[in-house]
Ligand binder design. Structure first.
Ligand code: ADP
Ligand code: MG
Length: 561
């Protein structure tokens, strides 16, 4: 600490570059401060530091298995965020002066590189804006930050004395229960589970936090109610959605999309208080939507679309500008390629002509390349074991292909399967649905050489915000990967693709993704790429989103193998 003080006194009011002298480690008694990378000027990305406590005196059961450890690290990340908000004064001069940041968390719990819990220590990785007056060192402000605020953050967020242990325990147990529940879905023959009492609606379209006032808690229809025993909470009950084809029907604004969206996010575990803590979906579930304008590289969409104008092949379909229907078909084919057991489809965000074609259109339009999704949902389940949950408000034809119908009325679900059967008998569908033939998943090889990482003299492969990956001069748009949760995942995806591209070899998409995921499992997120400084900004993406990003690279070339 004294050494740090001495350096700060010496460089006070010198040019900002003098901060470079801080690089190194400092003994603070209770913890060690590592200054890994010092920013070049006050406006550059902030400096990277780590604080590592000298011992870990938290109760060992908080991190005794991998699931608990991830949950506890998530808890500490949030504790640091809170402590920073409470303790750090913030803006103190030009540029990023005075700011302290740790990875920003969402409502979901993910493995992240920002916190490391080991049996002998706890470490937090942060970014710090070293304070400047104009472009000179402001040592007084730096002293306040590094010598007062930072130790206070460590004390309140990273030691048992400062942390609410009851809350930590609840956090860890909640996540363990959810994870256990999700793992049990296959043996229960379920694709999803929504606990009684769950709060599904969100605060607003722009916020993933729970709706406060007026939220109607979820209550399972008797027919779908399942009881499950959890390791911490004991027995709970809720709605089990079995494998097969499930319809979510209901009038406009009665909560259909809200339910589907809760299912889409419940591939992840949620924090206590979220409302969806005990909502779980198969971890490989993919939300499918139309995405016109996206590029497609060598995808076999022939299960859905044949004989395009100009004789274009649909078994090896490429376009820089997909239509609503071809994009939705490609999204499904790609989901099958990387592996999924559940498709989530909302009529609201689907291409109508992909979903259905009625009698009149069959008569009027002879040259129709699309065989609609309705003809594929049953074969998808029967032949490939892939279930579907589809939200419908308008197209009653789907009653013909559903194993069950969940009807939402005023946000309350009921089992309308029997009623749907009666309706079908009274109003037989006038179009005969011929089950289509669904081709087995393709297996494309993608060309590493088709991804150019160079931008000027630099190589670039990184995330930018939640929905963009920058590869060389290309910006890959991930806006419609609806299950991407945090910018840290996007950053990780950027680095994974960067490594694949730099490797120069053509490989199968699934192979690229699998080897990345396995390497992270073995060596941790820290192993992703050669860092200048510390890798405190990564969180774990799913295989589905990694593949989704690769598939959206506009320059991508792929061959079916
Ligand atoms: P739909 O897809 O059936 O048209 P949405 O799911 O978009 O309807 O929901 C319509 C509105 O109702 C949204 O503003 C949503 O937040 C709200 N909502 C959904 N479920 C509930 C609930 N259980 N309690 C209170 N409000 C809800
Ligand atoms: Mg809707």
């Amino acid at each position: 600490m004294n050494r740090l003080k001495a350096i700060l006194s010496r460089i006070d009011r010198k040019g900002y570059g003098a901060y470079k002298d801080l690089q190194g480690s400092y003994d603070f008694g209770q913890f060690t401060l590592f200054v890994d990378k010092v920013q070049r000027d006050p406006f550059a990305p902030p400096s990277l530091v780590r604080v590592r406590t000298k011992e870990n005196r938290f109760a060992p059961e908080l991190f005794r298995n991998p699931v608990r450890r991830t949950a506890f690290e998530d808890f500490l990340n949030r504790a640091v965020e809170q402590a920073v908000r409470r303790t750090v004064r913030g803006n103190r001069g030009s540029g990023k002066s005075g700011r302290v940041e740790i990875q920003r968390t969402s409502q979901v719990v993910l493995p992240r590189s920002s916190i490391v819990v080991e049996s002998g220590y706890v470490e937090a990785r942060m970014a710090v804006g070293l304070p400047a007056r104009g472009r000179t060192v402001d040592a007084r402000a730096a002293r306040a930050m590094l010598l007062d605020e930072l130790p206070e953050v460590v004390q309140t967020a990273l030691t048992p004395a400062g942390v609410d242990e009851g809350a930590a325990r609840e956090h860890v147990e909640t996540v363990e229960d959810a994870s256990h529940l999700r793992n049990r879905l296959p043996e229960l023959g379920l694709v999803a589970f929504v606990a009684d009492g769950a709060i599904l609606p969100r605060e607003s379209g722009a916020s993933d936090r729970p709706l406060g006032k007026g939220a109607v808690p979820f209550e399972s229809p008797e027919e779908f109610r399942v009881a499950v025993e959890l390791p911490n909470r004991g027995e709970i009950s809720g709605m089990g959605i079995p494998e097969g084809v499930t319809l979510i029907a209901g009038g406009g604004f009665h909560g259909k999309s809200t339910l589907l969206s809760a299912l889409a996010w419940s591939v992840y575990d949620h924090v206590p208080g979220d409302g969806r803590e005990l909502v779980v979906t198969r971890e490989d579930a993919v939300k499918i939507r139309a995405e016109d304008g996206r590029s497609v590289a060598g995808v076999d969409i022939s299960s859905f679309i044949r004989d395009l104008p100009g004789g274009q092949s649909t078994a090896d379909f490429s376009t820089p500008n997909a239509s609503g229907s071809t994009s939705q078909a490609a999204n499904i084919a790609e989901a099958l390629e990387i592996g999924t057991s559940l498709l989530l489809v909302d009529e609201d965000t689907s291409a109508t002509n992909f979903m259905i074609r009625d009698e009149r259109m069959r008569e009027l339009v002879q040259l129709e390349p699309i065989s609609p999704f309705i003809d594929a949902v049953r074969p998808l389940h029967r032949d490939l074991g892939v279930s579907t949950i589809v939200v419908v408000g308008g197209v009653g034809d789907y009653l013909d292909v559903a194993d069950r119908v969940i009807l939402l009325e005023n946000y309350r679900p009921c089992d309308a399967t029997r009623r749907a059967r009666e309706v079908r008998e009274r109003y037989p569908s006038r179009t005969s649905h011929e089950e289509g033939e669904v081709r087995p998943p393709m297996n494309r090889r993608v060309r590493a050489a088709s991804i150019d990482l160079s931008r000027g003299r630099k190589e670039v492969a990184r995330g930018k915000g939640l929905a963009t990956v920058e590869l060389g001069r290309e910006r890959v748009d991930l806006t419609y990967l609806e299950q991407l949760a945090e910018p840290g995942q996007t950053e990780a995806i950027g680095r994974i693709i960067g490594e694949f591209a730099a490797g120069g070899r053509s490989r199968a998409v699934a192979e690229v993704v699998d080897s990345a995921v396995r390497s992270i499992e073995k060596n941790g997120l820290d192993s992703l790429g050669n860092f200048r400084g510390h890798p405190g900004e990564l969180s774990l993406p799913r295989p589905q989103e990694i593949a989704g990003a690769i598939n959206r690279i506009r320059s991508l070339q792929a061959t079916t193998g």
